[in-house]
Design a protein around this ligand. Structure first.
Ligand SMILES: C[S@@+](CC[C@H](N)C(=O)[O-])C[C@H]1O[C@@H](n2cnc3c(N)ncnc32)[C@H](O)[C@@H]1O
Length: 211
């Protein structure tokens, strides 16, 4: 199957698209400074973080849907994690579990996410290995942003860990659609509905709500 070059109308969801026009969230000063520092770091290191529009989309999606138990595959330096943690900051029991394979990224994220230590757990692991051993853990939102060519495997394991009414979001589904052709083929072959939200001019996130 030819990967999508750009989502067609059948994969657009106007109510999800509308989230992009929301007023950006107002974060505490310390968070603004933290995000700015990581943006500067990204300019030097090229860390492949989500864009700010994607971060804000994740933030609003979590808040709107009351998702407070979140799993992220692919922590990098914790940038997207900050948006997710800010989204659950109003929930006492809100929690982010985030998985990263790379030692330096893991250690860097541990430092960056220290202010959220009561609401975040970082695990250094291969995402597939983690998902296979997750047992009875359940999540409201699972954000898949690790090894792009492993997206199908991550999705198949992740959906078993989703609470009823939960959401799976996959990053980079336009730019890296070629690395995810088996994932797209699986969705089409099994008539699994999905929406693509163009958070950036050249890329977007996929939103799935498996029943
Ligand atoms: C696109 S970056 C994640 C960006 C992050 N979500 C953000 O926006 O700040 C992908 C990350 O996944 C990690 N990664 C790659 N393969 C992995 C795997 N098999 N298991 C877990 N993490 C993996 C990489 O080391 C990298 O840090």
């Amino acid at each position: 199957m030819t990967p999508l070059a750009h989502p067609n109308d059948s994969h657009r969801n106007p109510s999800l698209d509308l989230i992009l026009s929301r007023t950006p969230p107002t974060f505490p000063e310390a968070t603004v400074t933290l995000l700015e520092g990581l943006r500067n770091e990204r300019l030097k290191t090229g860390t492949p973080n989500v864009s700010d529009r994607t971060g804000r989309f994740l933030y609003h999606l979590c808040r709107d849907r009351g998702h407070s138990h979140i799993l992220e595959l692919g922590t990098a330096n914790g940038y997207s994690g900050i948006y997710l943690l800010e989204a659950i900051s109003g929930s006492k029991s809100g929690h982010l579990l985030t998985i990263e394979i790379d030692r330096d990224d893991y250690l860097n994220a541990k430092r960056n996410l220290h202010p959220y230590r009561d609401h975040v757990t970082l695990v250094r692991s291969d995402a597939t290995e983690f998902l296979r051993s997750a047992g009875d853990m359940r999540f409201d939102l699972i954000f898949i942003d690790a090894l792009k060519s492993a997206t199908l495997g991550h999705f198949l394991l992740a959906r078993k860990l989703l609470n009823p009414g939960g959401t799976i979001v996959v990053d980079d589904v336009v730019k890296y659609s070629g690395k995810m052709s088996d994932f797209y083929a699986y969705l089409e072959a099994n008539a699994i509905p999905y929406a693509i939200v163009m958070t950036d001019p050249d890329d977007g996130v996929m939103v799935l709500e498996p029943r």
